[in-house]
Design a protein around this ligand. Structure first.
Ligand code: CMX
Length: 137
């Protein structure tokens, strides 16, 4: 994979409003966007830290990926997302290298990005997201 930079770090939280207040105090910046992603069963809140975002993930459904994660493992770091130039090429390359793709094709994620996930069982227990490069921020 040829990651350009860490696009965001996703953090699973059980109370999104409370977590927004904590991260605004911690980072000294305001949350710049709150967005629900029905497909992922999450409500997200974003902060900019340099070129990297912190993405707080509140679950909207206990059976969704973040709801199940919090139920099993509690709050905490949920995934690391890398920005790449060509997401289709990166997915093909990751599969050729034996990584377990959750998504064989990119899908629409939060903040206008094309995203795809790689299973934590093939990456040392860390859920990896790859994102189409964004020049917007
Ligand atoms: N990081 C590390 N391990 C994780 C994990 C995560 N984020 N989520 C689940 N796991 C582990 C579980 O602890 C469990 O481990 P054990 O087998 O050792 O108990 C194993 O993976 C299976 O967990 P599960 O609860 O049965 O969950 P599923 O297999 O049904 O799904 C996963 C796991 C990763 C495939 C699913 O969560 C997924 O597809 N994730 C990608 C989508 C996503 O996370 N969306 C939310 C973010 C959206 C956004 O950023 O916009």
């Amino acid at each position: 994979m040829k990651p350009e930079y860490i696009e965001h770090i996703g953090i699973a939280v059980s109370d999104l409003e409370k977590a927004i207040r904590i991260y605004e105090a911690l980072l000294g910046v305001k949350c710049y966007k709150i967005e629900e992603v029905p497909d992922q069963k999450v409500k997200t809140a974003f902060f900019m830290v340099g070129q990297t975002k912190i993405e707080l993930l509140g679950s909207t459904d206990p059976e969704g990926p973040v709801g199940k994660f919090i139920e099993k493992r509690g709050e905490g770091i949920h995934h690391i997302a890398f920005a790449v130039k060509n997401i289709d090429e990166e997915l093909r390359e990751a599969e050729d290298k034996g990584l377990a793709l959750i998504d064989r094709m990119p899908r629409k994620g939060a903040d206008g990005l094309e995203i795809a996930f790689i299973h934590p069982k093939s990456t040392g227990g860390v859920l990896i997201e790859i994102c189409g490069h964004s020049n917007e921020i």
